[in-house]
Design a protein around this ligand. Structure first.
Ligand SMILES: Cc1cc2nc3c(=O)[nH]c(=O)nc-3n(C[C@H](O)[C@H](O)[C@H](O)COP(=O)(O)OP(=O)(O)OC[C@H]3O[C@@H](n4cnc5c(N)ncnc54)[C@H](O)[C@@H]3O)c2cc1C
Length: 471
């Protein structure tokens, strides 16, 4: 903080904003900085719990004048790396939310979670493009592309953004849409927090219709058959159907249903917007792939979509890692079984492959054509793995994730999804979140909009000038 005593800095900033400012030692400093991922402990110089866009504008101008780094957090679901300095702006109290049933769209403040959107949209027969858990923040998720549960039918969440309200590093509040700011608009749709803080976002909703979805559990001893079944089943799966398969080593904890505690299981996740008869026929081959332990696929109300993936609903200490795969190449099944199958001793709680393709592979059309800034359209599968960062295995997890990445490299596209990238263990790994050409575009724009590299935490590209100097 450029030789500014913390109490002076806190008082200065507090006089400019309505939200509360916290410094280390304040009673609520830890809880305001806390992330969903308990393995990541943020220790910024100051935390501002912003309540509106004016707070964000004032805080960004103030920090920029002091050359102080700025970071942003909503839920902390994406807190892969710790923030250790500067000003952390928490958006969790920015809870604006409105639905326009005529236009089939929503406007949300930066603190809104997907769960809030689904609740507000349901009475209008509408739904949104949330991912595997609705506990995630709508804005942070969408700024990382947003891989939705129904992605193969509708594409990435960021394909359907209509406008952002963005506070750029110079402290200006801009309306960013395809007409007013086409370049920033396209970069933001996979650019995470590189270009400032999004205070609100507008995006399309979709008719909810009927959902046929859920999970099938198999005993892990059948991993080989289930994986082989998944491979041949997904080859012909209609583009509108979504599927993922997880190897799960469930801990002996109260949060896990009693009959699954301490077991190794395979978990198929399936979602189809359509009739029960269609859905049942589609999933039938997977019901026959191996003996089924629990069959929980069926008609599902939208307020229960979190049951499909059954992601944790409470903060947990984890290390995550992900990458994109070309698809089921020869030998991939063997590698996955070695990594996570019945004989694996890797300390990984979950290892997942999610089917890509369908609308996820389609480049933007219409007025947005050619402005596509999203990595991941070329992937056949998304790979993601998670380990619990708690004794006695915590020290083994990072190595196991890197070993998985290395083993899968021959099958990779070379890219990752920003959202499912996981811990940024090295600058090279961080850079792989975007294809090279896109990273160049982002670095050039960063040099223009954030020349001082104030937004340098988390998934950040270096401004072009600094990138050249570093090289
Ligand atoms: C259990 C679980 C399941 C998940 N499932 C999916 C999934 O199915 N599909 C998918 O795509 N992703 C998924 N994710 C990843 C998730 O989308 C990302 O972690 C996302 O960043 C979460 O956004 P957040 O705002 O909730 O998190 P935060 O940790 O609060 O934010 C993460 C990052 O987003 C950026 N950001 C957040 N808010 C703003 C803002 N207002 N302005 C500018 N930048 C901002 C910042 O770079 C910030 O560091 C999952 C994560 C978890 C933990």
């Amino acid at each position: 903080m450029q030789n500014l005593p913390t109490h002076t800095a806190k008082t200065e900033l507090q006089l400019l904003v309505r939200g509360l400012v916290y410094a280390p030692g304040d009673a609520s400093y830890e809880s305001e900085a806390a992330a969903f991922n308990l393995a990541t402990r943020h220790t910024p110089d100051l935390v501002l719990a912003a309540v509106n866009a004016d707070d964000v504008v004032a805080a960004v101008k103030w920090a920029s004048a002091r050359n102080m780094s700025i970071s942003v957090q909503s839920t902390g679901h994406g807190a892969a790396n710790a923030i250790t300095d500067g000003l952390l702006i928490s958006t969790r109290y920015m809870l604006e939310l409105s639905i326009d049933p005529e236009e089939q769209s929503a406007r949300v403040g930066a603190g809104i979670r997907w769960r809030d959107v689904l609740r507000a949209a349901a009475p209008h027969g509408l739904t949104g493009l949330h991912g595997s858990t609705t506990d995630v923040g709508v804005v942070g998720y969408t700024l990382g592309g947003g891989l939705p549960l129904l992605g193969r039918k509708y594409g990435f969440a960021s394909d359907h953004v209509l406008a952002f309200d963005l506070v750029t590093p110079d402290g200006e509040l801009r309306r960013v849409d395809l007409v007013s700011e086409p370049r920033l608009f396209s970069l933001l749709r996979d650019g995470k927090g590189n270009f400032g803080i999004v205070t609100a976002m507008e995006f399309s909703l979709f008719p909810a219709g009927q959902l046929y979805a859920g999970g099938i559990f198999y005993d892990g001893v059948h991993a080989k058959d289930v994986l082989a079944g998944f491979r041949s089943w997904t080859r012909d799966l209609p583009l509108g159907a979504s599927a993922s398969l997880a190897f799960l080593r469930l801990p002996d904890m109260e949060e896990v249903p009693a009959f699954l505690r301490g077991t190794f299981v395979m978990h198929l996740r399936f979602a189809w917007q359509g009739s029960e008869a269609e859905g049942a026929a589609l999933v039938a081959p997977m019901r026959a792939a191996a003996p089924v332990l629990v069959n929980a696929v069926g008609p599902l109300p939208y307020d229960r979509v979190d049951e499909i993936h059954a992601d944790p609903q409470h903060p947990v200490p984890v290390r995550e890692g992900g990458m994109l795969l070309k698809g089921f190449g020869p030998g991939l099944e063997g590698v996955l079984l070695d990594l996570a199958g019945p004989d694996s001793r890797a300390p990984l709680l979950l290892t997942e492959i999610r089917l890509m393709g369908g609308a996820l592979a389609e480049p933007l059309a219409g007025a947005a054509a050619g402005a596509d800034c999203l990595g991941g359209r070329d992937a056949g599968l998304s790979f993601f793995t998670v380990g619990i960062m708690a004794p006695p295995i915590a020290h083994l997890v990072p190595e196991a994730i890197e070993a998985a990445r290395a083993a899968l490299k021959p099958y990779g596209t070379g890219g990752t999804l920003v959202n499912l990238h996981g811990h940024l263990a090295s600058p090279d790994l961080a850079a792989s979140a975007w294809p090279e050409e896109l990273r160049g575009k982002m670095a050039a724009a960063k040099a223009e909009f954030d020349p001082k590299n104030l937004f340098r935490h988390g998934h950040a590209v270096l401004p072009l000038v600094q990138e050249a100097a570093a090289a």
